[in-house]
Design a protein around this ligand. Structure first.
Ligand SMILES: Nc1ncnc2c1ncn2[C@@H]1O[C@H](COP(=O)(O)OP(=O)(O)O)[C@@H](O)[C@H]1O
Ligand SMILES: [Mg+2]
Length: 239
């Protein structure tokens, strides 16, 4: 079976004044559907760059990205926006909620252009908030919620358009241990309910839930052994 996500020769270089930052420098990946993939890498290894490219939020410098057999790197902006909306949900380290909106409105927000009536959108939002254990917080704004609760709102929001694919960028990075575990459990539940989940993180605990692991160092994929010895060396330097 063709993998859900196929990446070949992927590069993302940033021009910084006179120098070129090679955030991703020739990455090949295949991710089957219904898997939970964790991409591990230290800060600056290219994790966010990879996730943004896979999510169609950024364009590669070179290489091919296919999702469900469709070439993201060849789509125009409109096609890409549509594809994202119907296929993908995103969760970010800093939650990215709209501060003036209630939890219910935040969750319903990505549905605003769906043509579905507002009553129905709100109903779906409330149902998803229930699913993440926040039925009693639907009227609260982000500042009235803890970090862990805000991230659960963000998880619910990622699900509002029933995406097949869920991408998360360091979803536990700003959370205390207990809230982090709750969010990881929610992501694991999404995987068990049939979605394909891809998380980039440097949180070792995430790998507990993974069906597939990818290790990233300096814009390259490396083996688990290489990764462990390199990150051990980093730890010994006190990083
Ligand atoms: N917009 C940008 N402009 C220039 N350099 C960038 C930009 N985004 C990321 N980088 C650089 O690319 C490398 C990888 O960054 P990133 O993908 O954010 O890594 P990670 O998410 O693993 O911390 C880093 O060296 C970072 O400084
Ligand atoms: Mg990052």
């Amino acid at each position: 079976m063709t993998p859900l996500i196929q990446v070949a020769g992927l590069k993302r270089h940033y021009q910084m004044g006179g120098t070129t930052v090679r955030a991703l420098d020739g990455v090949d990946i295949e991710i089957p559907a219904h898997t939970f993939t964790v991409v591990m890498g230290p800060s600056g290894s290219g994790k966010s760059s990879l996730l943004y490219l896979l999510g169609g939020l950024d364009r590669p410098t070179a290489g091919e990205i296919s999702i469900n057999g469709e070439r993201l790197d060849q789509m125009d902006e409109n096609a890409l926006a549509l594809f994202r909306r119907k296929m993908m949900g995103f969760i970010f380290q800093s939650f990215n909620l709209v501060s003036s909106m209630s939890a219910m409105e935040n969750v319903a927000f990505p549905m605003q252009f769906s043509g579905i009536p507002v009553m129905e959108r709100n109903q779906k939002s409330l149902q998803l908030l229930g699913q993440v254990g926040l039925a009693d917080r639907s009227g609260h704004t982000p500042s009235e919620l803890s970090g862990g609760q805000q991230q659960r709102v963000a998880v619910a929001r990622a699900l509002i358009n029933d995406p097949q694919l869920v991408f998360a960028d360091e979803p536990t990075g700003n959370l205390d241990t207990a809230s982090g575990v709750t969010v990881m459990q929610l992501l694991s539940d999404l995987h068990k309910s049939g979605r394909t989940v891809l998380v980039v993180t440097h949180d070792q605990r995430m790998t507990r839930f993974a069906t597939h692991k990818i290790f990233l160092l300096d814009g390259h994929i490396v083996s688990e052994e290489e990764y462990k010895s390199a990150t051990l060396a980093l730890d010994n330097q006190g990083e």
